[in-house]
Design a protein around this ligand. Sequence first.
Ligand SMILES: NC(=O)c1ccc[n+]([C@@H]2O[C@H](COP(=O)([O-])OP(=O)(O)OC[C@H]3O[C@@H](n4cnc5c(N)ncnc54)[C@H](OP(=O)(O)O)[C@@H]3O)[C@@H](O)[C@H]2O)c1
Length: 290
Amino acid sequence: MQQTILVTGATGTVGREVVKQLSMLDGIRVRAGVHSLIKGENLRRLPDVEVVEMEFNDPESLHAAFTHADKVFLVTPLANEQVEMAKKLVDEAKRCGVKHIVKLSALGAGAEPGIQLGRWHREIERYIEESGIPYTFLRPASFMQNFENYNAATIKQEGKIYMPTGDGKVSYVDARDIAAVAVAVLTGEGHEGQIYDLTGPEAMSVDEVAETISYVTGNQVDFVNVPEDAARQAMQQQHVPDWMANSLLELYSVHRAGYSSGVTSRVEEITGRKPHTFRQFLQDYKECFV
Ligand SMILES: NC(=O)c1ccc[n+]([C@@H]2O[C@H](COP(=O)([O-])OP(=O)(O)OC[C@H]3O[C@@H](n4cnc5c(N)ncnc54)[C@H](OP(=O)(O)O)[C@@H]3O)[C@@H](O)[C@H]2O)c1
């Protein structure tokens, strides 16, 4: 029988890749839960994908999205109220008899005391554990796609990446590899109760990232190591709310200290394929940086 898999945050960096990859498989009906129907328009063109509007603060839209869903890939946004949002999603999943939740969490969510971003994810993970619904937690490192989402403008306009990360190395992971793991877990067996730390194949400093972008695009790109105070000021000027600035600066301090450089082999173990290197990622996303 065809099973229905709901993907929340389906227009996001990982969510849309999960929808795309699931849509290529037989015997699966994908329900893409989108915040904005306009943003979700191109997901409709994929085979066997049903697009539903989903506002995490609207119980009716949650009920409609979860009804008859067998499994869920659960993504919540980086938001001040992400724990409350996620709890509502888990409650509705329980009411609707969902049989497996695969949650997009974050590397370091299990660390004590950890950082704020990790603690929020751990709180959600605990709530899922206590719900009694079988679960799998995916804890990825920082996404390679962040450079496309947050740094492409200054890379293209000034040939610069501004970040307060010093020479700390990070094991950036390609969102397509996270999605491939999610798909393997959602459609395979034996992943219930597991927690997977997902990283790329190598750890790189942002200086090395800039060097690789320069090499692949042919345009010189330099890393500018921004002092923390200046990074905070820049965020204030861009009207980034204080809670977000604080949590991002805390994350960058972890990067700077080298705590985000661990590499795991989980992507290959679960998908049978090697994760993308940063250079491979750039070859596919080159157009975003020129
Ligand atoms: N970025 C990283 O490097 C990284 C690393 C590890 C873990 N994570 C975790 O991954 C998760 C996703 O982060 P991301 O930055 O990749 O986010 P993202 O791509 O922006 O995805 C978030 C999705 O949630 C949707 N959304 C936002 N508010 C919503 C609401 N009120 N109701 C329904 N849908 C809503 C967004 O739709 P709209 O855009 O239409 O609002 C979007 O599709 C977060 O929990 C983050 O902590 C991120």
